[in-house]
Design a protein around this ligand. Sequence first.
Ligand SMILES: [Zn+2]
Length: 112
Amino acid sequence: MKEKIKTKTEEKISCADKQCPFHGNLKVRGRSFKGFVVRKFDRRVAIEFERIVYIRKYERYMKKKTRIHARLPDCLKREIEIGDYIEVKECRPLSKIIHFVVIKKIKSKDEK
Ligand SMILES: [Zn+2]
């Protein structure tokens, strides 16, 4: 129990990010997606996932990739690396291309 409290306070200190869904004043709403991290920037990650599209002309399905840029809060910066499987949730548009924010890490690239 004691340890739990300690980690919580540590998180608070390390995160001064206003645009953090846990510590800042950023509300999340709308759709959420899961995908793999393909790019990592200073405060942004790009995730990619596959979706299946029906092609009427050929009466077949085709795989298409969707790429989403998501805001990476300061408190998740160290945790998330390229190749990780993460979850993002929609928020207000933070910039021209960012309207999602990283919520949590589901799997790291090492575990299967
Ligand atoms: Zn935070």
